[in-house]
Write a protein that binds this ligand. Structure first.
Ligand code: CO
Ligand code: CO
Length: 350
């Protein structure tokens, strides 16, 4: 009998993340960051830390790991690696090396682990880097991810803090993978949408980062970026608007979604992490009159290895969309804009 990997874990992928707001009070009790060479630390809820080496170069360091999001071990490895690498791309960086982070139950066949590692190694190779080591422990549930080291120019960092009123918001992958993977895990994926969800989740954000680089990160181009993962589109946008002291307006009709997710969420399927995001965001989001509960959950859906959400100067928006399309990103959608009104808050229109 083949083991269904998602049945070995209670929670899956980025939906296994602790809810937003959980960690903040704990981080506040830790000593502050004191090294002035730390250009990006934990205070702005950014995707990765950035450490200045010299005028030309800064290191980008990040880690991500989680429990099985799909049943196939090779695909799980590929998705987890793409997800971990994504945080380097979201900062405008380029990965250099990565380490495997592994937890594996003693009672599971070690061949499963071999497949997970192979999926991760092939994804790293696609990103143009090597996996140079790692650490493995025995655990109750399988866990896999990477610690990634990358590089970025210190004056070309796409952090959460640089967004400005007027910036257009561009999304590079469709939403809905949390809902679809939950349907699959619960044997409710009647449309067989898991294949498309895996394609979405295992796609590297490398080409999206290259498109940002073409347009230019800084004053005249891309002002801020993040990747959409466990906190959902709105949760990660909330991090940008708070760090950038502006508000945002989204147009639901322009937001790309994997189609099956709409049907599933209307049938009441959504991961616990998505509901937790929706509750957490209640104070920060003004839902338009016609944005129903299903749409609200979609915009809060806990994504695993989602696309980049990019804030770009209005007159460079077309150039960014073209650069994304030329690189065949899964989406290149202008979904809204940053505004001076209601700082820290997001308005969603139908
Ligand atoms: Co991230
Ligand atoms: Co992350």
């Amino acid at each position: 009998m083949t083991i269904r990997l998602t049945k070995t874990a209670k929670r899956a992928g980025c939906a296994a993340k602790q809810p937003p707001g959980y960690l903040l009070p704990l981080l506040e009790r830790l000593p502050p960051i004191t090294d002035p060479r730390v250009l990006v630390g934990s205070s702005t809820a950014d995707d990765a830390a950035v450490y200045r080496l010299d005028d030309e170069r800064a290191l980008v360091t990040t880690t991500d790991f989680f429990t099985p999001i799909v049943d196939d071990p090779y695909q799980f490895g590929a998705v987890a690696a793409a997800n971990a690498l994504s945080d380097v791309y979201a900062m405008g960086g380029r990965p250099l090396t990565a380490l495997n982070l592994v937890g594996f139950p003693a009672e599971l066949d070690v061949e499963i682990l071999a497949e997970i590692l192979l999926g991760g190694a092939h994804k790293a190779a696609e990103a143009g880097i090597d996996l140079v080591g790692g650490h493995t422990i025995k655990s109750e549930e399988p866990i896999y991810g990477l610690a990634v080291t990358g590089i970025v120019q210190p004056d070309r960092i796409a952090s959460n803090t640089g967004g400005r009123p007027g910036d257009r918001l561009v999304l590079t992958k469709p939403l809905g993978t949390g809902i679809i993977t939950t349907a699959a895990k619960n044997d409710e994926d009647s449309r067989g949408a898991i294949t498309e969800a895996i394609a979405v989740m295992s796609a590297l954000n490398r080409s999206a980062a290259e498109a940002m680089d073409v347009v230019g990160i800084g004053e005249a181009g891309v002002h801020a970026a993040t990747d959409v993962t466990g906190f959902g589109l709105l949760g990660h946008l909330r991090n940008i608007v708070r760090a950038s002291s502006c508000g945002a307006v989204l147009e639901r009709a322009t937001i790309p979604v994997v189609e099956a997710a709409v049907a599933y969420v209307n049938a009441g399927i959504a991961p616990g992490g998505t509901h937790a995001n929706h509750r957490f965001l209640a104070d920060s989001v003004d839902w338009g009159r016609d944005v129903d509960k299903a749409d609200q959950l979609l915009l809060c859906d806990a994504q695993t290895s989602g696309g980049l959400l990019i804030a770009v100067a209005p007159d460079r928006t077309d150039a960014l969309v073209v650069a994304l399309q030329e690189r065949n990103t899964l989406a290149a959608a202008v979904v809204g804009e940053l505004v001076a009104d209601h700082p820290g808050r997001i308005a969603v229109r139908s």
